[in-house]
Ligand binder design. Structure first.
Ligand code: OAD
Length: 269
């Protein structure tokens, strides 16, 4: 751990953004199941679905209310969860390094925001589970899912009066969760594609935490940063492809994200 903290401090001497790139593992200690962990499965009828099968436009087209039920259940889990020490450490870092810290998160749970990470320095590249938008994309706007939409337990269906609330306020058509699905592409207006690429190109340090490295934009961020000479650090319980890159750079911490991010933030402040 000490060598990694020293590498983080050394990276600060160079100019350029300090990026934290977070994934589901950062919220695991807040009780939110990770995407690819065992607790993520979802039963519809006689079939068990993996989140990766449900998080698609194709699934939404075929069974919109079953997909909404899954997202409203996950939204309930996120609403009940509290930010942990890792989220708080990154929020502190943003406030202490206002001109150079950027948080790029794959998490849709809103815990970084609730821990105090400022919107101007936070880039949720996979959306936000508390928001909805027009399923027909009639407009770019996102809206908070109405408060009257109740928390759902696992397996609950979306009742007709709730379905009536999940509509686009502009065109009145069906709304959808504001999350990026597997059969969709990143863009700037909704998912900060150009912004995070630009930040990565000049980065001095990228602290990667709690992600299994399965999605494309995080890969681009890390590779662009590495090509620009950034120091890479990986925090995860397990080995993963980002760890392989970080091992030849700033190093890896194999342990819980909350402790590791607290230590890294303390070293950088
Ligand atoms: P995954 O569920 O794929 O990976 C979670 C990672 O966190 C794993 O590598 C675990 O080893 C690690 N982990 C678990 N608990 C941890 C802890 N307490 N401390 C540190 N590490 C821990 O989640 P993501 O990589 O975030 O995208 O998944 C990326 C994206 O895949 C998600 O945002 C989602 C999904 O497709 C979309 O919905 C577009």
């Amino acid at each position: 751990m000490e060598a990694v903290l020293a590498a983080c401090r050394a990276a600060l001497v160079r100019p350029g953004p300090v990026i934290a790139l977070t994934g589901a593992g950062v919220s695991a200690e807040s009780g939110i199941p990770t995407f690819r962990g065992k607790e993520g499965y979802w039963t519809i009828g006689a079939r068990d679905y993996h989140p990766q099968e449900l998080a698609t436009q194709a699934a939404f087209r075929a069974m919109p209310w079953e997909v909404w039920a899954w997202y409203l259940y996950r939204r309930s889990v996120c609403r009940r969860a509290q930010p942990n020490a890792g989220h708080h450490a990154l929020a502190r870092l943003a406030l202490e390094l206002p001109d150079r810290f950027a948080l790029v998160t794959q998490n849709v749970d809103g815990l970084h925001r609730r821990a105090g990470s400022p919107d101007a320095q936070t880039f949720p590249i996979h959306g936000d589970i508390s928001l909805m938008r027009c399923a027909a994309d009639c407009v770019l706007d996102r809206w908070l899912i109405p408060d009257a939409v109740p928390d759902l337990a696992k397996g609950d269906a979306v009742a007709a009066p709730v379905q009536a609330l999940l509509v686009c306020p502009r065109c009145g058509g069906m709304a959808r969760p504001h999350v990026l699905w597997f059969d969709e592409s990143y863009d700037e207006p909704r998912f900060h594609l150009d912004t995070v690429r630009r930040l990565a190109r000049g980065a001095a340090l990228v602290v990667i935490a709690g992600t299994s490295a399965q999605t494309t934009l995080p890969w681009h961020v890390v590779q662009l940063a590495a090509s620009a000479g950034a120091t890479l650090v990986d925090v995860n319980l397990e080995d993963n492809p980002f760890g392989d890159l970080a091992a030849g750079s700033g190093g890896v911490i194999r342990g819980p994200a909350a402790d590791a991010l607290t230590a890294i933030a303390a070293a950088l402040i």
